[in-house]
Design a protein around this ligand. Structure first.
Ligand code: PLP
Length: 452
């Protein structure tokens, strides 16, 4: 692209696009990085500068940019049949094939798939299914939803109400009397004053107390990311998932695992719930890596037990499942997901993540030597570096400014990381090599030194 064209493009973007999650105080300043091309783990901006994309688009570009197999699948499907959505009593070929493939890949009896358009609409749909499930059994009072502080479940009204990041919630004053936030479950052995067992006991006590206070017979579901992603890569203490799953089972509360980020290989398995954490949820939500980000698509995987109960208890006077979107299970998106899964299987992408994941986290942990690093947290290919002005903890204004400086230095050295409050979050494409990981860590180390 010519330099003038690049500048004109940046100006158009500045004048006309309201970016999701934009800094409104900078609206129209024309400083955005406008990406025009991408290949492998790299993107190129309008001025022709290359960046190693250590955030994988938005945690979603898993098999890397420019994969011809995915492009061919998109193009072939668009030529043959570009649109026909699964709706009431009609469907499309790629949606049927993909649903069967997801049932095969997923744990336990999660054999029924409800397609949506993205992660937020999948979370919304999963909660509505939980409500419908209990209402159909004559228990409409089971409506409350348990979530957690620091969780992120999307940007629709319900998804945002479930999300537990204080900064996001207060901006729009989401009030949803049915949603309750339990304590944020992260446990960092490096910085915690208590043992993992003590932390686990405290978290479970808090959850039991919340269930007792609300009354189990008023709670429909518990929604949980296996590892909290945008909340700051928070890994719960060992045993947390099994114990919360058991609590839910005991109190007849449906367990919804939000694998929008952790699904499709980021933790070294197609789904982390069972393979990493030993649980089979009642409902599982996925999106992002499902298509490697090449097309928008979300899905709710529903256990046969729930789906059969929905069919058995359907009200003959009102049997319709009134939930769905014009682009649910879009054929081009489903064909892309099928091609993506084929690539992941053929190249054993999950095995690659299990190999390079510990190397990534291990190398990043070297950055703890910097005086402005408060913590490094990670699990396979999701990680974050928490910045602080020595002696000052948490997302204070000075700590946030520091992380923003680190982020800017990374960008000028050709590395994209995602700043959130005082964190620099990373989720590189899953095909990242050890050499590229070294490059990420070297640039980050240099950026930290310059930001001190
Ligand atoms: N759930 C989790 C755990 C997420 O991280 C996100 C997005 O980042 C969502 C849900 C919402 O997904 P989407 O942005 O595709 O609507």
């Amino acid at each position: 692209m010519r330099q003038d064209d690049g500048e004109a493009l940046v100006a158009k973007d500045a004048r006309h696009v309201l970016h999701p999650w934009a800094d409104l105080s900078a609206l129209g300043t024309g400083t955005s990085l406008v990406v025009t091309e991408a290949s492998g783990v790299e993107v190129v901006d309008a001025a022709g500068r290359k960046y190693l994309d250590a955030i994988g688009g938005m945690w979603c570009v898993t098999v890397g940019y420019g994969r011809q197999e995915l492009v061919d699948a998109m193009s072939a499907q668009a030529s043959r049949m570009p649109y026909f959505t699964p709706f009431a009593d009609v469907s499309n070929e790629p949606a049927a094939e993909l649903a069967a493939t997801l049932a095969e890949l997923s744990p336990g009896d999660l054999n029924r798939v409800h397609f949506t358009t993205c992660g937020s609409t999948a979370v919304d749909s999963a909660v509505r299914i939980a409500h419908l499930y209990f209402a159909a059994q004559g228990r409409p009072e089971k409506r409350h939803v348990l979530s957690r502080t620091d969780a992120y479940h999307g940007s629709t009204y319900l998804g945002a109400s479930l999300s537990g990041k204080e900064a996001d919630r207060t901006r729009f004053h989401y009030e949803n009397e049915w949603v309750h936030h339990l304590e944020s479950p992260g446990y960092d052995p490096d910085t915690s004053p208590v043992t993992a067992a003590e932390r686990l006991a405290g978290l479970l006590e808090g959850m039991e107390a919340a269930i007792a206070a609300l009354g189990a017979d008023t709670i429909a579901c518990f929604v949980a990311e296996p590892v909290l992603a945008s909340g700051g890569v928070l890994v719960p203490p060992p045993g947390y998932h099994e114990a919360t799953r058991e609590l839910c089972r005991r109190h007849d509360i449906l367990y919804i695992s939000d694998e929008v980020v952790t699904g499709f290989g980021r933790l070294g398995h197609f789904f982390a719930s069972e393979a990493r954490f030993g649980i089979v949820p009642d409902l599982l939500v996925t999106a992002k890596g499902l298509t490697s980000g090449y097309q928008p698509l979300g899905a709710v995987l529903i256990s046969d037990r729930i789906a059969d109960a929905l069919a058995r208890t359907a009200d003959p006077a009102k049997p319709v499942f009134s939930n769905g979107f014009t682009y649910s299970g879009h054929p081009v998106a489903c064909a892309t997901a099928l091609a993506n899964i084929e690539v992941m299987r053929r190249e054993d992408v999950c095995g690659h993540v299990r190999d390079v994941g510990p190397y990534f986290v291990g190398r990043l942990r070297e950055l703890r030597a910097s005086p402005i690093v408060a913590a490094v947290r990670g699990d396979h290919l999701m990680a974050c570096v928490e910045c602080h002005v020595p002696g000052e903890s948490g997302p204070t204004l000075r700590n946030q400014a520091l992380a923003a400086r680190v982020d800017r230095h990374c960008e000028t050295s050709g590395l994209l990381v995602r700043p959130f409050e005082n964190l620099c979050i990373m989720s590189p494409p899953l095909v990242v090599t050890k050499g590229e990981i070294d490059r990420i860590v070297d640039i980050m180390a240099d950026a930290l030194a310059r930001a001190e």
